[in-house]
Design a protein around this ligand. Structure first.
Ligand SMILES: *[C@@H]1O[C@H](CO)[C@@H](O)[C@H](O)[C@H]1NC(C)=O
Ligand SMILES: *[C@@H]1O[C@H](CO)[C@@H](O)[C@H](O)[C@H]1NC(C)=O
Length: 367
C-alpha cells in the first residue's frame, strides 16, 4: 500500500515537471519570435531613417539653391528700385529748377492802357487803410539751404531767437503753453496759454513776469494748420512787428491774419485770407506777407502754395510754388527771423534752419 502510494506521487511529480518545462519552452520560443520581429522592425526603422536623412539633405540642398537664386533676384530688384528712385529725384530736381528758373510767360497780347487802368482801379479799391510804419518792399523768392542744427526732441517742438537780442537761454515759464506757435521779440516771449481758448501772454524773458495779456477773438476753436494739430494760435514776427495766425471755422477753415501791437497786444487790423488751413503745416510772415506752407499727411516735400500780402502787391496766382529743400518729414513750427532772414524750424525733432532768399516786390506798396 505504501509503495503504490509513493509510486503514484512520483509519477504525478514527473508529469507536472514535464508540463512546466514544456510551458517554459513555449514561452522562450514566443519571446524569441517577438525579439526577431522587433529586430526586423528596428532594422526597417533604421533604413527609413537613413532614407529620411537623405531626403532631408536633398531638400535642404534644393532650398539653399533656391534661396541663392532668390538673393540674386532680390539684388536685381533692389538695384532697379534704386535707379528708379534716382531717376525720380533727378526729375524732381529738374522740375524744381524749371519752376524756380522759368517763370511762365503767357503768350497773350493785352491792351497796355486798359491793363494799367484796371490795375489802378484795383489798387484804389483794395488799398490798405492802415500804416504799418516800416518801409518794407521784399518778397520771398526761394527757400535756399538747409542746415540741421541738432536732434532735440520729439515731433512737437519750437525754437526761436529774439530778433533784437543775442544768446540762447533755457527758461521756465510762469504758465504752460499750448502748441508751438510762440514768438520772442525785444526781450519778451509771446505765447498761447495752455487750457485757454485764445489767451495770449506777453512775458518778460528777463524775470518771467507777465507783462500783458489779451484774448484773440475767434481763435482757438480749430487748429491753425491741419498738419500741426496742437497749435491753435501761431505767433509770428517780421520786419513790421507781431502777428497772430489762426484758422476760423466760421470762415471755411481759412487762415485769419491779425496784426497785434507788440506793446499792448491790441489788435491793429485783421485780414481774412484765402489760404486754407487744410494740409497746411505752418506759416510765417515776411514784410507783411503771409506765406503758408503745405505738405501731405504722410510727410513729404513742403511747399509754399498760398501767400497773402496785406499790401496787396503780390498774389499767390502770380507766384510760382516755392519748394523747401528736400526732407521727408513734417514741420511742427516755423519762425522767421527778420534780421538774419532765416527760418528757424522744427522738423520731426530736428532743429533746422532755412536760409531765405528775397527779392524786391514788383510794385511799390502804395501807402
Ligand atoms: C505732441 O503733443 C501733443 C499734446 O500737446 C500730444 O498729444 C502728442 O502725443 C505729442 N506728439 C508726440 C509725437 O509727442
Ligand atoms: C521785470 O523786468 C522788466 C524789464 O527788465 C521790468 O520792467 C519789470 O518791472 C520787471 N518786473 C518785475 C516784477 O520785477
Amino acid at each position: 500500500m505504501y509503495n503504490w502510494c509513493s509510486l503514484l506521487a512520483a509519477f504525478l511529480l514527473t508529469q507536472r515537471m514535464g508540463y512546466a518545462q514544456r510551458q517554459e519552452m513555449v514561452m522562450m520560443q514566443y519571446f524569441e519570435g517577438r525579439m526577431n520581429q522587433l529586430e526586423d522592425r528596428l532594422a526597417k526603422c533604421d533604413q527609413d531613417m537613413q532614407n529620411y536623412e537623405q531626403k532631408l539633405y536633398d531638400l535642404s540642398k534644393e532650398v539653399r539653391g533656391r534661396l541663392e537664386a532668390l538673393n540674386v533676384f532680390k539684388a536685381e530688384v533692389k538695384s532697379q528700385v534704386e535707379s528708379a528712385v534716382m531717376r525720380v529725384e533727378r526729375v524732381e530736381r529738374e522740375l524744381e529748377y524749371l519752376e524756380t528758373e522759368g517763370p511762365k510767360q503767357p503768350c497773350v497780347e493785352i491792351d497796355e492802357t486798359l491793363l494799367e487802368q484796371q490795375v489802378k482801379e484795383e489798387q484804389q479799391k483794395k488799398k490798405v487803410q492802415i500804416n504799418l510804419g516800416t518801409d518794407c518792399n521784399m518778397a520771398l523768392s526761394a527757400v535756399k539751404s538747409l542746415k540741421i542744427v541738432k536732434r532735440a526732441g520729439d515731433a512737437n517742438g519750437s525754437w526761436l531767437k529774439d530778433p533784437s537780442k543775442g544768446s540762447a537761454r533755457r527758461i521756465q515759464l510762469p504758465f504752460p503753453w499750448q502748441g508751438t506757435g510762440h514768438a520772442v521779440y525785444n526781450g519778451f516771449l509771446y505765447y498761447h496759454r495752455a487750457d485757454t481758448a485764445n489767451e495770449i501772454l506777453k512775458v518778460h524773458i528777463h524775470n518771467l513776469t507777465v507783462n500783458d495779456r489779451t484774448l484773440l477773438q475767434g481763435a482757438g476753436r480749430m487748429p491753425a494748420y491741419s498738419l500741426s494739430p496742437h497749435t491753435f494760435i501761431d505767433l509770428a514776427v517780421d520786419e513790421l512787428g507781431l502777428w497772430a495766425i489762426h484758422a476760423d471755422s466760421d470762415f471755411g477753415g481759412n487762415l485769419v491774419l491779425t496784426k497785434l501791437d507788440k506793446s499792448s497786444l491790441g489788435v491793429e487790423h485783421t485780414w481774412d485770407t484765402p489760404c486754407k488751413s487744410r494740409d497746411a503745416e505752418g506759416a510765417f510772415v515776411i514784410c507783411g506777407t503771409l506765406y503758408v506752407v503745405y505738405n501731405s499727411r504722410y510727410g513729404g516735400r513742403s511747399t509754399v502754395q498760398c501767400l497773402y500780402d496785406v499790401y496787396d502787391t503780390i498774389h499767390s496766382e502770380d507766384t510760382p510754388l516755392l519748394f523747401f529743400p528736400k526732407r521727408y518729414a513734417t514741420h511742427s513750427s516755423m519762425h522767421y527771423h527778420p534780421k538774419e532772414k532765416l527760418l528757424y524750424s522744427w522738423d520731426e525733432g530736428y532743429q533746422t534752419v532755412y536760409k531765405l532768399e528775397t527779392k524786391k516786390k514788383n510794385k511799390v506798396p502804395s501807402i
